[in-house]
Design a binder for this molecule. Structure first.
Ligand SMILES: [Cu+2]
Length: 169
């Protein structure tokens, strides 16, 4: 029993270290992360959850990060079943009492003009999330290796192919 609980404690500790969150007022940011890129990559997606524990809606209006530009995107499917990404210039509403998850096929943060070498596994991207009500919340996007428990390679390939098509300007 002793060994078992030590193993359990170790695994709980490991997942606590992998997950990270930030709370400011009514807003909690869950596990902001991005994936490692190839060294010549120009763009990367950012993923997180945002929970609004308040009784009024809030709105994520901007993300600041040490890249050329950050946009808030939503992936939508057109009539031909092709995914394309649409920028949400008005920001993303976080309804009262709800959690909005930024993930593949849905909302995501889009980083443009990555630093030299792209994002590497283990990098920590310091960013600030700007909310209409909650104000500025500093967070760190952990850069994670692709693969490792996330079976999302296909989505990424589509996502990046979509980028080339939709952001050729
Ligand atoms: Cu995008």
């Amino acid at each position: 029993m002793r060994l078992l609980s030590a193993a359990l404690a170790a695994s709980l500790l490991a997942s606590a270290m992998l997950a990270h969150d930030y709370t400011s007022g009514n807003i909690t940011i869950g596990h902001p992360f991005s994936y490692e890129t190839i060294s010549t990559a120009r763009t990367a997606g950012g993923f997180l959850s945002i929970t609004n524990a308040g009784d009024t809606p809030d709105r994520l209006i901007a993300v600041e990060a040490p890249v050329e530009r950050v946009e808030l995107h939503r992936t939508e499917q057109d009539a031909n079943g092709v995914n394309r990404m649409v920028e949400q210039e008005g920001g993303v509403v976080i309804p009262a009492g709800e959690t909005v998850t930024f993930e593949h096929g849905s909302w995501h943060v889009m980083f443009f003009g990555l630093p030299e070498g792209g994002f590497g596994d283990g990098d920590r991207i310091e960013a600030v999330l700007v909310f209409e009500q909650a104000g500025e919340i500093p967070v760190i996007f952990n850069v994670e290796a692709r693969g490792g428990g996330h079976d999302r390679h296909g989505d990424h390939d589509e996502h990046e192919a979509g980028m080339d098509r939709d952001h050729d300007h």
